[in-house]
Design a protein around this ligand. Structure first.
Ligand code: URA
Length: 446
C-alpha cells in the first residue's frame, strides 16, 4: 500500500503521530519533487499547530541529514567548530566570528543561511560584497577550511538538500516558528557539515522566532540534546532580541558594521556605543568556540585571546583573506543606497519597547529581504537604528534612518517602523544581552 501525502497531512492536522517511514516518505518525496510545495506547506502548517514528538523530530533530522552527502573534517590536532543563530534582526555576528575564531586556530567550516521570515541571513549579507561567492563546490570549501582555517558557503544541493528546499518554503509560508522544524533544520545541516563542535545562539524576544526566554530555553535544550546524541561538543546561549543588534539591519550596512568592529572602531552616539552589543556577543560566542575547539582551557582565557586578535588586526586580516579567497573583486566597495528617509519620534520620553519583528519586516519592505522565494535582494537597502531601549528621546528626534534604492518603498517601511517603537514615561527594566548558557552540565543564568 503506498502512502498518500494528503493522508499524512490529515494525520498531522489531527495531532496524530507519524512513524519513521511516513517522515521518510515526506522528506524523500519533497526533496525529489514528488511531493509538491503545496502539500509540504500544508504539512508544515499542521506541524506548526500540532508539533512533533521527540522521536518524530529525531527521524526528521536524520532523514534530512541523509537527503544528501555528509562531510567530515579530519584536521590533525584540530576540532572544527561552527556557530549557528536561530535568527534575529541586525544579527551579523557570523561575519566577525568566522575570521576571529579561524585566526585563533579553530577551523570553521561555516554553512550559513539566507534571510528567513523577518530575520536576515549571513549569505545575503556576504553577497553585498561585490564578487563574493557563497556557492563554492564542496571540494573548494573543504580545501579552504583545511588550508586557511575557514570558508563560508550556503547549503549546496549535495548537503541537506531537504533543508535547502524546506527552508525556502517555510520562509514564505509562515511556518518557521516551530521548535521541531527549527531543530531539524539547524541540526541536520550542522551534523551533515561534519563539525566536531557547535555553538548556538538561540534568540528570544520581539525580533526572534521564540518570543520568550522560556520558549528559547526549550528550543536550546532540544538542540543541545540532539547534538549530544550525535556526539557533538555543543553549547547554546540564550540571547535577547528585544531590539536590533548593533546599529544597522540590512546587508551592505551590516557588513560595514562588522568591518568597523574588526578594525577596532566604535559607533558613539549620545554617549552610547551602538556597536557594543554586536562586539560583546561576537566575543562571547567566539570564545565558546575556542573552548569547544580545544584552543583555550576556559572561557576567560578564550575571551582574552579573542580580544587580542581583534586588537591586533589579525581577525580583520582574516576577514579580508576570506573575501579574497571567495572571489571578492579587488578594491571592492560595498553598494550604497541612493535614497534615504527618516522616521522620527512621535513624542518625548524613553524608548520603552521596540517591536523588533516590525523592524525586520520594514527591512523586507525596503528590499533588504524577500517577500517571495524568487525575489532579488537590494543589498544596499537597510535601516540605521538610531536609538536603543531605555534611551531618552524628544518629540521629532530621528529614530530610524531608512536606506533604499527606490523611493516608493519608504511609505510601507515607515508605517511599520512608526508603530515599532513605544515611547513611555520611564525607561523599561534592562534586559541583559546574554540571558543564559546551556552546557552539558546544565543551565547557567547571567
Ligand atoms: N535557522 C535555521 O537554519 N533554520 C531554522 O529553521 C531557523 C533558523
Amino acid at each position: 500500500m503506498s502512502l498518500l501525502p494528503a493522508e499524512l497531512i490529515r494525520k498531522k492536522r489531527r495531532g496524530e503521530a507519524h512513524d519513521r517511514g511516513e517522515i521518510e516518505f515526506l522528506v524523500r518525496g519533497f526533496t525529489s519533487g514528488e511531493v509538491p510545495d503545496y502539500q509540504m506547506a500544508a504539512w508544515l502548517m499542521a506541524v506548526c499547530f500540532r508539533s512533533l514528538s521527540s522521536a518524530e523530530t529525531a527521524w526528521l533530522t536524520e532523514c534530512m541529514i541523509h537527503s544528501g552527502q555528509t562531510l567530515e573534517f579530519k584536521i590533525p590536532g584540530k576540532i572544527a567548530v561552527d556557530k549557528h543563530s536561530t535568527g534575529g534582526v541586525g544579527d551579523k555576528t557570523s561575519l566577525i566570528i568566522a575570521p576571529l575564531t579561524a585566526a585563533a586556530g579553530v577551523p570553521v567550516p561555516m554553512m550559513a543561511g539566507r534571510g528567513l521570515g523577518h530575520t536576515g541571513g549571513t549569505l545575503d549579507k556576504l553577497e553585498a560584497i561585490p564578487g563574493f561567492n557563497v556557492r563554492l563546490n564542496l571540494d573548494a570549501f573543504k580545501k579552504l577550511v583545511v588550508e586557511t582555517g575557514t570558508a563560508i558557503i550556503g547549503q549546496t544541493k549535495e548537503i541537506c538538500p531537504a533543508d535547502l528546499k524546506l527552508y525556502a518554503l517555510r520562509d514564505v509560508t509562515a511556518t518557521i516558528d516551530s521548535i521541531p522544524l527549527i531543530c531539524a533544520s539547524i541540526m541536520s545541516k550542522k551534523l551533515a557539515e561534519g563539525v566536531g563542535g557547535l555553538v548556538l545562539d538561540v534568540k528570544f524576544g520581539s525580533g526572534a522566532f521564540m518570543k520568550t526566554a522560556q520558549e528559547a530555553e526549550v528550543l536550546a535544550k532540544t538542540l543541545v540534546e540532539i547534538g549530544r546524541f550525535h556526539g557533538l561538543k555543543i553549547t547554546a546561549f540564550l540571547t535577547s532580541m528585544e531590539q536590533p543588534l548593533g546599529r544597522f539591519a540590512g546587508n551592505s550596512v551590516e557588513v560595514q558594521e562588522c568591518m568597523d568592529i574588526l578594525q577596532g572602531r566604535t559607533c558613539e552616539d549620545g554617549g552610547v556605543d551602538f556597536y557594543a552589543d554586536t562586539r560583546e556577543l561576537s566575543l562571547r560566542l567566539a570564545a565558546a568556540m575556542l573552548v569547544l575547539g580545544g584552543q583555550a582551557a576556559d572561557a576567560q582565557t578564550a575571551r582574552a585571546t579573542c580580544e587580542e586578535l581583534l586588537r591586533s588586526g589579525a581577525a580583520w586580516r582574516k576577514f579580508r583573506e576570506i573575501c579574497e579567497n571567495q572571489g571578492a573583486k579587488p578594491g571592492w566597495e560595498l553598494p550604497r543606497a541612493g535614497h534615504e528617509a527618516v522616521v522620527t519620534s512621535p513624542g518625548s520620553g524613553y524608548v520603552a519597547q521596540i517591536l523588533c519583528e516590525e523592524v525586520g519586516l520594514a527591512g523586507i519592505e525596503l528590499g533588504a529581504g524577500r517577500r517571495r522565494a524568487e525575489d532579488e535582494i537590494d543589498h544596499a537597502a537597510g535601516i540605521e537604528v538610531l536609538v536603543k531601549l531605555g534611551q531618552k528621546v524628544e518629540k521629532g528626534q530621528p529614530l530610524f534612518r531608512l536606506l533604499a534604492g527606490r523611493k516608493d518603498v519608504f511609505a510601507g517601511a515607515t508605517a511599520r517602523l512608526a508603530k515599532s517603537v513605544r515611547i513611555g514615561p520611564k525607561p523599561p527594566a534592562p534586559v541583559p544581552l546574554i540571558h543564559a548558557q546551556i552546557t552539558e552540565q546544565g543551565v547557567f543564568y547571567g
